[in-house]
Ligand binder design. Structure first.
Ligand code: SAM
Ligand code: SF4
Length: 351
């Protein structure tokens, strides 16, 4: 990818200066949540996320830690109150703790409500104490199975043991864990109820995710896709599910499993529309801001920053990008062999 260097955008005289009302999109939704992919690299190769032979980006295309932090701070100035670091695998990015520590400090000073991360947990055992001392209170761990062979089939790596040790280590540090599991037909679908029971016993809530058609991988989406409506029916045969009113401004809907006392979230972008109360935008590790996970439109903040934009220009560019946030996504798994709805992978946009 060649780098285009643009002039920093001029700040029009009429541009709003940062105000208390924060970022409001054209549909009246307040944007208070920024998800940041801090690297495209990963030590796993999940079949729904990446091909086995993955080509990662050259270093100069990826935002430096300083650029990442400067951009996150700009969003905080404009009213973002929650930041989630993701990837790729955030814990494989060298030096990421400078960002984590600094955002943790921002939470302590009341400049942010929460900083959190989504991780595959392979390195969590090593990093849990540092996360806890940075002030991280809860994290999402992606885990689709408790079976070592199935884990290896899904992630193409034999690391289930490391993940389980990582979860234990984080819990020992008092960090709350939520597990995200991608539901896959013919793979983990039958195991999911047992996984939920295992997690609830450990005080861990589980969110099930439908496969989303993001980027080309080596397998056909139709072979992987399992509608969560079907999964929910299965769970309902087994347990009493009480819908919870809990809404987080995201795509998940939640139920309590009365028999276990735990919570299950269901993220169904394909069978449910979740856009009405969307409060988030996503920043890639190359500085592209995606106003919607399911659309290709983006704003290139790397070019803006590398062209020398000052803070006022950056703030204005953020305002301008938010005016382009669409009403909803375009996901659909149409037919066998169909092209993905959007061309980039989840590891690029950050899950
Ligand atoms: N590496 C970290 C991890 O796995 O937690 C963070 C990044 S990963 C891209 C974030 C989440 O996206 C994971 O929970 C993963 O299961 C999910 N994911 C990746 N590709 C997906 C796809 N095509 N459809 C649905 N979920 C996907
Ligand atoms: Fe890596 Fe997360 Fe993608 Fe799996 S889902 S390959 S762990 S980035």
């Amino acid at each position: 990818m060649s780098e285009t260097v643009e002039k920093p955008p001029a700040v029009p005289k009429s541009a709003k200066t940062p105000t208390e009302d924060g970022l409001i999109d054209p549909f009246g939704r307040r944007i208070s949540y920024l998800r940041v992919s801090v690297t495209d690299r990963c030590d796993l190769r999940c079949v729904y996320c990446m091909p086995e032979r993955m080509e990662f980006l050259p270093r100069k295309e990826v935002l430096s830690l300083e650029e990442l932090e400067r951009l996150i701070r700009a969003f905080m100035r404009r009213g973002v109150r929650k930041v989630r670091l993701t990837g790729g695998e955030p814990l494989v990015r060298k030096g990421i703790f400078t960002v984590i520590d600094s955002l943790g400090e921002a939470v302590r000073r009341g400049e942010l409500d929460e900083v959190t991360l989504t991780t595959n947990a392979t390195r969590l055992e090593e990093f849990a104490p540092r996360l806890a001392s940075a002030g991280i209170k809860r994290i999402n761990v992606s885990l689709d199975t408790l079976d070592p062979d199935r884990f290896e089939r899904i992630t193409r790596r034999r690391k289930l043991d490391d993940v389980l040790k990582g979860i234990d280590a984080a819990q020992r540090q008092g960090i709350a864990i939520k597990i995200n599991a991608v539901a896959m037909k013919d793979e983990n679908a039958r195991e999911i109820p047992a996984m939920i029971a295992w997690a609830h016993e450990r005080d861990i809530d589980v969110t099930l995710i439908e496969i989303m058609p993001l980027g080309d991988v080596d397998q056909d989406r139709m072979d992987q896709y399992l509608p969560l409506t079907q999964m929910r029916d299965d769970l309902e045969h087994r347990w009493t599910l009480t819908p919870l009113g809990l809404r987080t401004g995201g795509p998940a809907r939640y139920v309590r499993v009365e028999e276990t006392g735990g919570v299950v979230g269901l993220i169904s972008p394909l069978t449910n529309n979740f856009c009405d109360d969307c409060n988030r935008v996503r920043l890639t590790c190359t500085g592209q801001l995606y106003m919607c996970l399911g659309q290709d439109d983006n704003a290139d903040f790397r070019s803006i920053m590398r062209a020398g934009a000052d803070d006022a220009a950056l703030d204005h560019a953020i305002e301008a990008a938010i005016t382009r946030k669409p009403k909803g996504h375009d996901f659909e798994i149409r037919e066998r062999g169909a092209a993905p709805a959007v061309s980039r992978r989840m590891s690029a946009t950050g899950g």
